[in-house]
Design a protein around this ligand. Structure first.
Ligand SMILES: O=P(O)(O)OC[C@H]1O[C@H](O)[C@H](O)[C@@H](O)[C@@H]1O
Length: 581
């Protein structure tokens, strides 16, 4: 830990924690935080508790973040902001931007924000002399040149044909970011190019992808920060063997087939020697640096597949949109700072209301992978139970994050959101305008229906339907004496008071998406600081990897299966009995 960085205090030891705890306890006995009464009492609640974001950098980008349907009043908000101050959110934020080694366990800086700083905002630039920061623009220029060559058809495969398929081979942060963004920005993609993302070691993933590809026109992007990840290395090896076999049969020359690899394989990594060893020359490598965390890496050369699919200018706008939100996060006072407010709300629900999970519900089909992406960003960042100082926490940290795009979720899990026994704070996101107007006679019909559902859901969650309303609707008076009818009344009641945050934006554009991702990154950051955890390591993924390596060596013969509990040994023996070679 750097000497300038004191160990964090436990959240429960902060004075503002006690204030919040007493507000929570008081309101439990005499409910003061009911959305119906909060809205009734204050006609200005929406104006007071929604925040409009307008970018001050890059393409004009707007977001409306409505916090008014959350279980907060002035006292709660004040105490939450106080909590952020006591936890040192702003100081830690400034350390991050400055390039201090806030990833203490790995002694690394956390500078994904430097990847989207094009030099116009010196106040956000790292003051530390971190190696690689000065090379960011150079790598972007290489990406720009290369993506233009591929997209224009100037770059030719080994038989002289242009590239028509991009296969990104990577996992975790080297997969989820690019695949989520390419999906979200589908309207901006070059339709003559197809994108595939292979991540799983399950041979089905690479096999099904290769079935779709033609070696003559496929480009493989091997994306791995470490270039040692088992899944990626095996999938890349399989792709290379498949490619060489295809090229050799076409060219009838093994040497020429080997040489053809340089036209069809590029690498994105921090590990030059392993890339070279794999057989990709440094000229086909796009580097990045150890201060870019895997789950924060889509802004680096890990975004190559994005740039290939949407074009460099759109990739740049994605980065500019994110930088606009960085400026907001760095420069806006606490009470208007959107990522900080979102982070504090999560702390309020998790640590006081006992919410175990949060739902992310985009009403935009293009954002169907948004929740999946943020599962890694959030759960790998804040799924920790010791602080940066090594102290065991006595409170909840990172939530379980889940979600699906609207309206699909409505026909599946929303029942639990409305009437279940669990509190699930939810973020609803929606664009005002769709990229698609599939019906000639009424171009906006689909989107109007989609958005009417978006508006209706947060209204229903917040205000519900009271027993009085249900009785009125069914014409059943209180104490009717008919047990069946009474049960029906109870089952139709919606208690309401279920919190949600709505995020709206004019249209899903590259810059808007950049701003949204950056907003959530900084929300995660804020929460990590409040909880005192290191949001930038992922020690919890290591043990399983080590055990799997050992087990792999024992899968051959039953007598090799040693050193396991009876369950694990029994499962391996079952596999050995039924496997087919
Ligand atoms: O990019 P790579 O080095 O291949 O790492 C891929 C992924 O694997 C690891 O297990 C980490 O949990 C992830 O944070 C990382 O994104």
């Amino acid at each position: 830990m750097s000497p300038t960085q004191p160990p964090p205090k436990l959240l429960t030891s902060l004075p503002a924690y006690q204030t919040l705890q007493s507000i929570y306890t008081t309101q439990k006995s005499t409910p003061t935080l009911t959305l119906r009464s909060l809205f009734d009492k204050d006609p200005q609640r929406f104006e007071k508790l929604s925040r409009a974001y307008e970018s001050t950098y890059g393409p004009p980008t707007q977001l409306l973040v409505d916090l008014s349907k959350n279980l907060i009043n002035d006292d709660v908000l004040e105490a939450l902001l106080q909590l952020a101050k006591e936890a040192g959110v702003e100081e830690q934020r400034d350390r991050m931007f400055a390039g201090e080694h806030i990833n203490t366990s790995e002694d690394r800086a956390v500078l994904h924000t430097a990847l989207r700083n094009f030099g116009d905002s010196p106040s956000l630039a790292p003051t530390s002399n971190e190696a690689g920061v000065s090379e960011v623009q150079e790598v972007l220029s290489h990406m720009e040149k290369f993506t233009e060559q591929i997209r224009s058809g100037e770059w030719k495969g080994f038989t002289g044909k242009p590239i028509t398929a991009i296969v990104n081979i990577g996992i975790g942060g080297s997969d989820l970011g690019p695949s989520m963004v390419v999906n979200a920005l589908t309207p901006y993609t070059q339709r003559s190019l197809r994108a595939f993302f292979v991540s799983n070691i399950d041979g089905t993933h690479i096999a099904e992808t290769l079935r779709e590809c033609d070696a003559e026109t496929t480009l493989f992007v091997i994306a791995s920060k470490t270039f040692t990840t088992q899944e990626t290395m095996e999938n890349a090896g399989t792709a290379k063997a498949w490619f060489i076999a295809a090229a050799a049969s076409k060219l009838s020359d093994a040497k020429k087939a080997e040489d053809a690899v340089s036209k069809h394989f590029v690498a994105v990594s921090t590990n030059t020697s392993s890339v070279t060893q794999f057989g990709i020359s440094p000229s086909n490598m796009f580097p990045f640096w150890d201060w870019v965390g895997g789950r924060y890496s889509l802004w680096s050369s890990i975004g190559l597949s994005i740039a290939l699919m949407v074009g460099y200018p759109n990739f740049r706008q994605l980065l500019e949109g994110a930088h606009g939100m960085d400026l907001h996060f760095k420069q806006t006072k606490l009470e208007d700072n959107i990522p900080i407010l979102l982070g504090l709300l999560g702390v309020w629900y998790g640590d006081f209301w006992g919410a175990q999970s949060v739902a992310v519900l985009p009403y935009d089909q293009y954002m169907s992978r948004f929740a999946e992406y943020f599962q890694q960003a959030d759960m790998e960042s804040n799924g920790k139970s010791v602080t940066r100082g090594g102290e065991r926490v006595n409170y909840q940290t990172g939530p379980i994050l889940w979600g699906a795009s609207g309206t699909n979720g409505q026909h599946s899990f929303y029942q639990l959101l409305h009437q279940g026994t669990k509190l699930v704070p939810a973020d609803f996101l929606a664009p005002c305008t769709s990229h698609n107007a599939p019906r000639a006679d009424d171009p906006t019909l689909h989107h109007r229906i989609l958005l009417s559902n978006f508006f209706a859901q947060t209204e229903a969650l917040a205000f519900g339907k009271s027993e009085v309303e249900v009785r009125e609707e069914l014409g059943i008076k209180e104490g009717s004496g008919d047990t069946q009818k009474e049960a029906l009344v109870k089952s139709k009641v919606f208690e309401g008071n279920r919190p949600s945050t709505s995020v709206m934006f004019p249209l899903m554009t590259p810059a808007t998406l950049g701003a949204l991702i950056s907003m959530y990154e900084h929300k995660i950051f804020t929460q990590g600081v409040v909880w005192g955890v290191n949001s930038f390591d992922q020690m919890g993924v290591e043990l399983g990897k080590v055990l799997a390596k050992n087990i792999l060596k024992q899968l051959g013969k039953p007598e090799d299966v040693k050193g396991h509990d009876s369950s694990t040994a029994g499962l391996i023996h079952y596999y050995q009995k039924f496997r087919k070679e």
